[in-house]
Design a protein around this ligand. Structure first.
Ligand code: TMP
Length: 204
């Protein structure tokens, strides 16, 4: 593949959208051809699937949820990501296969082997050149929980998010080319760390 595939991961509100935009802007200023995209979504069909899977008024069983995320991924990978990589673009994607392992695997308790099989089918075997995982420290996570996750969320939601965080730590150990980014720092510090790391590892 001629291009590079950079995936940004982490629990909700870890700052990855801001970092993805800043990184895309930085790379474009360097004259790089960049595709900034996200999952679930990234194409009209996949965005429709996104609106179903994230609709709070619908009941979605865990296995159906898993398959919807994978359906979105299959569409997005074939229609948008693979062609962009073939054209030599740097693809920056908010969330990809690791999210499914963290949320549907560690969060919902679906067998990780099943998820990995479906990930492989949906991606046609495509794996990121690098996965940057943005995590807040545990102390910060607990202290700032109310602010970050709003007081509407119930205790179960916080424990789900804590499972998520633990899941990401486990996944970091078992995923090739995955790197932990300390998301406790300021936006500027985090972005500087991201750029340095990518440069050092010859991603751009
Ligand atoms: P976003 O708000 O970061 O765009 O992601 C939408 C939500 O979907 C977020 O709560 C994480 C969740 N998600 C999964 O549960 N499984 C997946 O495979 C993906 C890509 C996202």
């Amino acid at each position: 593949m001629k291009g590079k595939f950079i995936v940004l991961e982490g629990p909700d509100r870890c700052g990855k959208s801001t970092q993805a935009k800043l990184l895309a802007k930085f790379l474009q200023e360097q004259g790089k051809d960049v595709l900034l995209t996200r999952e679930p979504g990234g194409t009209p069909t996949a965005e429709e699937i996104r609106s179903v899977v994230l609709n709070p008024d619908l009941k979605v069983r865990p296995m159906a949820e898993l398959l919807l995320y994978e359906a979105s991924r299959a569409q997005h990978t074939q229609e948008r990501i693979l062609p962009a990589l073939e054209e030599g673009k740097i693809v920056i994607c908010e969330r990809y296969t690791m999210s499914t392992c963290a949320y549907q695997g560690y969060g919902r308790g679906i067998d990780l082997n099943q998820i990995q099989t479906l990930n492989h089918i949906a991606t046609l075997g495509l794996v990121p050149d690098v996965t940057l995982v943005f995590l807040m420290s545990d102390k910060y996570f607990v202290e700032r929980g109310e602010y970050l996750f709003s007081d509407r969320l119930e205790k179960e939601d916080v424990s789900f998010r804590q499972k998520m965080r633990q899941g990401y730590l486990e996944l970091l150990k078992m995923t090739p080319n995955a790197h932990l980014i300390n998301a406790d720092q300021s936006v500027e510090e985090v972005q500087a760390g991201v750029q340095q790391w990518l440069h050092h590892h010859k991603i751009f």
